[in-house]
Design a protein around this ligand. Structure first.
Ligand SMILES: Cc1cc2nc3c(=O)[nH]c(=O)nc-3n(C[C@H](O)[C@H](O)[C@H](O)COP(=O)(O)OP(=O)(O)OC[C@H]3O[C@@H](n4cnc5c(N)ncnc54)[C@H](O)[C@@H]3O)c2cc1C
Length: 245
């Protein structure tokens, strides 16, 4: 069950031209017990009406044991967006942020992690819940089959947490990290285009043991669900998604 927390921004860092990492520390002695993949809803001072002030953000850091009072978020500035304008232009270190948490069912069970090949598909800050899940699985030393993170963005500058995922890939067997760029420089050696071709090629006939987890904005998610259901003939139970908007 969620409840309201008072927190303070303790650090802000640019990670890409329009994307920042924000670290929030809960005030007092409280900590947040959450599951990897869950989100918080911030009450930002951007409107009079309560519901117009609320913006949800996935927790990008992994849960720690015991629970921590510091959470990381990875947030992209939306064009003409009121919430992100506040977070990018007005909020700073020491700004208070009230949020309710934890929320959401975009979570993996330990049994699913142990039994399934997990394919994580995202664009941009849709990587946030997967970063939390991947760190959680690896930090807790949970048994897993295959973890495959497919991250899409336009250009090299938009790649989020690249070094971190590359390091994990070289350290952990059966963790594969793939970046797909839709508008790369001519020098880009990786995959070009959209994320869809990456999983369609890698899993042309997915067995029931393969689960697809998708996070991001509606266009990408709608396309992915259509490809998975109609082209790859996946069962609905193999497809899980978190829609940002
Ligand atoms: C469960 C959940 C978790 C979320 N987690 C994150 C997160 O971790 N990081 C994050 O950056 N955002 C996340 N979002 C999106 C976030 O809640 C806001 O919608 C977003 O920050 C825009 O808010 P805004 O007030 O700036 O723009 P608004 O004024 O609310 O919206 C402007 C318009 O732009 C659209 N839009 C905003 N950003 C994009 C985009 N990049 N691509 C396409 N359309 C877009 C919105 O749907 C809206 O139509 C999440 C949303 C949900 C529901």
């Amino acid at each position: 069950m969620w409840k309201w927390y008072n927190s303070k921004i303790i650090k802000i860092e640019s990670i890409a031209p329009t994307t920042k990492r924000f670290w929030l520390q809960i005030e007092g002695d409280e900590t947040l017990d959450f599951k990897a993949g869950q989100f918080v809803t911030m009450d930002l001072p951007i409107a009079e009406k309560r519901l117009k002030r609320w913006r949800s953000y996935s927790i990008a850091s992994a849960p720690s044991h015991p629970a921590s009072n510091v959470l990381e978020f990875c947030i992209v500035r939306a064009e003409a967006g009121a919430g992100t304008r506040y977070l990018f232009d007005e909020a700073a270190v020491d700004t208070n942020i009230r949020f309710k948490a934890p929320d959401g069912n975009f979570i993996l069970t330990d049994a699913r992690i142990a039994e399934k090949n997990l394919v994580f598909i995202c664009t941009g800050t849709g990587v946030a819940p997967f970063r939390s899940m991947i760190h959680d699985i690896l930090q807790r030393g949970l048994p897993y089959q295959n973890l495959h993170l497919i991250f899409g963005t336009r250009t090299e500058a938009g790649i989020l947490y690249q070094k971190e995922f590359e390091d994990l890939q070289s350290k952990y067997p059966n963790f594969k990290y793939e970046v797909v760029l839709s508008r790369p420089q001519p020098t880009w050696n990786g995959r070009r285009g959209y994320v869809h071709a990456a999983y369609m090629e890698a899993y042309p006939n997915p067995t029931a043991e393969t689960d697809f987890w998708i996070c991001g904005w509606s266009k990408m998610i709608d396309e992915a669900v259509e490809h998975l259901l109609l082209d790859l003939k996946c069962a609905k139970s193999q497809i899980h998604y978190e829609l940002y908007g």
